[in-house]
Design a protein around this ligand. Sequence first.
Ligand SMILES: NC(=O)C1=CN([C@@H]2O[C@H](COP(=O)(O)OP(=O)(O)OC[C@H]3O[C@@H](n4cnc5c(N)ncnc54)[C@H](O)[C@@H]3O)[C@@H](O)[C@H]2O)C=CC1
Ligand SMILES: O=C([O-])CC(=O)C(=O)O
Length: 337
Amino acid sequence: MFARSAARSLTSQSRLFSTTAARLTKVAVLGAGGGIGQPLSLLLKSDPLVTSLSLYDIRGAPGVAADVSHVDTGSEVNGYAADKLDEALEGVEVVVIPAGVPRKMTRDDLFNTNASIVRDLASAIGRVAPSAHVLVISNPVNSTVPIVASTLAKAGVYNPARVFGVTTLDVVRAARFTAGIAGVSPAEAPITVVGGHSGATIVPLLSQSTHGKGIKGEVYDKLVHRIQFGGDEVVKAKDGAGSATLSMAYAGAKFTNALLRGLNGEKGVVTPTFVESPLYKDQGIDFFSSNVELGVNGVEKIHPLGQLSAEEEKLMEACLPELKKNIEKGRAFVESS
Ligand SMILES: NC(=O)C1=CN([C@@H]2O[C@H](COP(=O)(O)OP(=O)(O)OC[C@H]3O[C@@H](n4cnc5c(N)ncnc54)[C@H](O)[C@@H]3O)[C@@H](O)[C@H]2O)C=CC1
Ligand SMILES: O=C([O-])CC(=O)C(=O)O
């Protein structure tokens, strides 16, 4: 079912999973009973690089685990009820967090509910699995990632190479939408998306893409808007029933597979992700999404942005102040907790 392939970047491949080696990896999903958590758990059960899957939620995880465990792949699956968080985290190397509420309005509206959920989960990770790699899906990502980092730092176990905001859905959308305009396969139209994960903080670098660089004028403006506000399309279409879940599960599984490939020693695994980054530290922005090489230690190398077009410079001007505010809000929440 899954093809083996030579090392190559995540953004240049269309297959969901790719593997070059086998190594024992225990992965936990916190929020496994939710709209993202359930399909994500199924996809991770299908990933040959996952050998053990630990599913936790305050509601319904044992049922999801029993269901997913019948899938005929090698990994073992265990489900944990609300009071079993510590057990769920034991021996885990990779923790994926889609726990929390989805939005009705803006992602920032979620802050009040999700900030404490993410902080408490990070605190348990710091206690039970302090060297785990933590992949944050819960919104607002621009704030929840600093919350995880600050919580782990408070516990004295923060390793910046091991905390990631999952921005892969922006990358997936950018490739899909650009390919639609260019009339090519999305696999031929990888787009680097940088910045953060909400509206104006999402900056697609179309000028660096073979099929994106020729898109100009109104078509360009509409494409950028669609990439930045793709989440709104889904929220609107679901009409009160939540936000993107299936495409996010796909994106979450894709990023997890990329990290597992890196942890396995595969070289050249490069994809955008929101991490502690030197790129805009001089402007007081400590977290930023850009192309990152993933390796045995998690973050191996943060790539420079490369040449930006005049339009992208303008997008970046709008991105940076908003991103800075979002990051500060996350940090301040942990400081005052
Ligand atoms: N990073 C990204 O690109 C995206 C992020 N999201 C975000 O992912 C999050 C989850 O979205 P959905 O799955 O649609 O929501 P959902 O409401 O369907 O599922 C969330 C799950 O989290 C569980 N939960 C709540 N508190 C918990 C806790 N303390 N510990 C463990 N589990 C807990 C709930 O019981 C529920 O099963 C939202 O914050 C959403 O905004 C959604 C799409 C894309
Ligand atoms: O729009 C939302 O709230 C969910 C999300 O992050 C996305 O779809 O990109």
